[in-house]
Design a protein around this ligand. Structure first.
Ligand code: ATP
Ligand code: MG
Length: 247
């Protein structure tokens, strides 16, 4: 089976500052991968390269076997950006339904209005994050944690094959976080491939199958079991100042 995401000898610089160095990583169908690393270690940059939002200066990335710069079927990847709530414009009156509906746009042909099916999909996605009550609310009137859940609904509404999440539960209360992780695990069991950047070792311990530790270079990549039993673990954590909160 070919990997869904193949990263080969990837280098990325912001100006003359090297942020990703010779990254090689395969992500396979059904993986539930956590990417760990300290602040500024390149995690968001790596996700943006995978999504085709940033163009690496060296190396290549393939999605479903196709070079990312040629890949057109964007709806096959769902993305929850880091601090998405910071982008909410309080003046622009978008409803929750419209925001989640944006997640359907890449999949739709012209005309791009929402059909009954679309509205159903939007409602279902909101239900999964327990936000269906807010369908007709203005996004800017919701709390940060509620907005975050709406962004998660937007990422899953098109039934993507890969879900990429960048610290998705920042600002979400512990109980909702727990239910959200259970939802991710359920989606993963149904075949969804998940890549999550997180500082939360709770989800890492409970649900993820693979762990990658990034600190400009990929300093570790293996299964969760190997990660936990690795005699090098403490060394990796110490050397690379990984933030691990035990629950
Ligand atoms: N647009 C940019 N221009 C210049 N430098 C940037 C830019 N975005 C990020 N950087 C720098 O690149 C490095 C990696 O940033 P990145 O956002 O990928 O880190 P991260 O691992 O996601 O960190 P965090 O855990 O804080 O989210 C950091 O040193 C950051 O300051
Ligand atoms: Mg980041």
């Amino acid at each position: 089976m070919n990997p869904l995401i193949e990263i080969r000898h990837l280098f990325f610089w912001y100006g003359n500052r090297l942020v990703l160095e010779d990254i090689n990583l395969d992500i396979n169908q059904g993986d539930f991968l956590a990417i760990l690393g300290p602040n500024g270690s390149g995690k968001t940059t790596l996700l943006k390269c995978i999504l085709g939002l940033l163009k690496p200066q060296k190396g290549e990335i393939r999605l479903f076997g196709i070079l990312v710069e040629k890949f057109k079927e964007k709806w096959r990847l769902g993305y929850v950006p880091q601090r998405a709530t910071a982008l909410v414009d309080p003046v622009f009156p978008l409803s929750v339904e419209e925001v989640v509906g944006f997640g359907l746009i890449p999949k739709k042909r012209f005309p791009r209005f929402f059909t009954r099916e679309d509205r159903k999909a939007i409602y279902q996605a909101l239900k999964r994050v327990e936000m269906e009550k807010y369908l007709h609310h203005r996004l800017s009137n919701l709390s940060g944690g509620q907005q975050q859940r709406v962004f998660i609904a937007r990422a899953i509404v098109s039934y993507p094959e890969i879900l990429i999440l960048d610290e998705p539960t920042t600002g979400i209360d512990a109980a909702t976080q727990e239910r959200f992780y259970d939802l991710l695990a359920e989606l993963n069991q149904k075949g969804l491939t998940i890549v999550i950047v997180t500082h939360d070792i709770g989800i890492v311990n409970k649900h993820v199958k693979q762990v990658a530790c990034l600190n400009r270079r990929l300093v570790y990549h293996g299964t969760h079991e190997e990660f936990c039993s690795s005699p090098r673990l403490q060394q990796i954590i110490g050397e690379h100042h990984l933030v691990i909160h035990r629950h």
